[in-house]
Write a protein that binds this ligand. Structure first.
Ligand SMILES: [Zn+2]
Length: 392
């Protein structure tokens, strides 16, 4: 099976320069593909696919445009992959699967350095602390021993390097033996996601909302302050530019922007780590199935009073990662229908309590006298409902 690994790398200054050149080159190639095909369409010519475009690019375009000779110094496979990416985006558009592709932008840190295993005999060498990439040579890894070094059982097929907030990340696709699927002997688990607690599990485990911790609150405050500073500096920069009539790059503005990006990234990483720990705890019990509510996040965000708190929770990413992990281990995931009254039903006798208010934290059943925490009752209902769809 194919598994993706992601790891941060520590390129030297020269390697950083090389990587930036390749990332910029791939952006340029992607945009050229879109541009040329747009012009061709307007002039009534047929659409050129990546293969055809690449041939035309190497034979005709580069011969006619001497100024773009710098592209020849780049790793050719990386440039070609940009054509393929653009081709895929266009074809998705033709099939009405997505909107018309945007140009790749420097501001959004798009573009990537792409590398691939050439032919059958070649391998991409990896050691505990470094990986050998085409054009760049040995590049140091930040996490030792994470990428598998045993080339006989773990074969790197291809990969990319991307830059985000001044750091470089390598993702690679590795062919390896199938993960052994565990026998699912544990109790099934229903998960109720919320704002008061992040997750309440039907096996009585409760994961608190980490956005309420002192640490996260402090970082968010710092981030807000820094964003205000960035906005202020930007306005001052714009005013100065108009007055002097020339475009100077403001180093301090760039520095603040990078700090904002880093801090934001740190918060994201903390959230991801917390959620991954919850997922790991869920799957290690080998549940027979995992049940989740099919949350209507978009609809919930329309509620002005809760929008911020909900968007901070990252429910969507949590769900995607949980489903992916369960799929890997072949644990079925039940998505409970959105309109199932999971909090209003009594888990014990299935009476529907219509007058349950949002503020009632405890569920008291008027028929059988069950007293249960509101979220726990919902988690149990989510686990046992028959009204669900399979996630994959
Ligand atoms: Zn009851």
């Amino acid at each position: 099976m194919l598994i993706t690994y992601k790891v941060e790398i520590k390129p030297t200054n020269f390697q950083k320069w090389q990587l930036n050149r390749h990332i910029g080159g791939s952006r340029w190639a992607y945009n050229l593909f879109l541009e040329m095909n747009k012009l061709r369409y307007e002039d009534g010519y047929h659409y050129m696919s990546a293969y055809e475009f690449s041939k035309w690019f190497n034979h005709d375009y580069l011969a006619a445009n001497q100024k773009d000779d710098w592209v020849k110094e780049l790793y050719a496979k990386s440039t070609k992959q940009a054509f393929i990416d653009a081709d895929i985006a266009m074809k998705r558009f033709f099939k009405h699967l997505s909107a018309y592709p945007h140009f790749r932008s420097w501001k959004r840190e798009q573009g990537s350095f792409y590398f691939v295993k050439n032919g059958k005999a070649q391998i991409i060498p990896v050691e505990r602390h470094r990986i050998k990439l085409p054009k760049l040579g040995w590049v140091r890894l930040k996490e030792y021993g994470y990428l598998p070094t045993d080339a006989e059982h773990f074969l790197i097929k291809q990969g990319r390097v991307k830059c985000h907030a001044g750091r470089y990340y390598l993702t690679c696709l590795i062919e390896q033996a199938d993960v052994v699927h565990p026998e699912l002997t544990g109790v099934s688990i229903g998960i109720d996601l919320g704002i008061k607690e992040f997750a309440v599990l039907s096996n009585r485990q409760i994961y608190s909302n980490h956005n309420k911790t002192h640490r996260v609150k402090r970082l968010r405050r710092q981030l807000r302050r820094l964003q205000r500073k960035h906005a202020r500096q930007y306005l001052a920069f714009k005013a100065r530019k108009q007055k002097e009539g020339k475009s100077a790059t403001d180093l301090n503005l760039a520095k603040t922007k990078r700090r904002v990006q880093r801090l934001y990234q740190r918060l994201q990483n903390m959230q991801k780590d917390y959620q991954n720990k919850i997922i790991a705890n869920v799957v290690t019990t080998k549940p027979r199935w995992v049940a989740l509510e099919d949350l209507n996040v978009k609809g919930m965000l329309k509620n002005r009073h809760l929008a911020k708190a909900i968007s901070y929770q990252g429910f969507y990413n949590f769900r995607i990662r949980l489903i992916a992990k369960c799929q890997q281990l072949r644990i079925p995931v039940h998505l409970t229908n959105r309109f199932e009254p999971t909090s209003k039903l009594c888990h014990h006798c299935s009476t529907k309590k219509v007058d349950l208010k949002l503020s009632d934290r405890t569920y008291r059943c008027p028929v059988c006298g069950l007293v249960e925490d509101r979220d726990m009752n919902a988690a149990l209902n989510i686990k046992d409902t028959k009204n669900f769809e399979l996630a994959y």
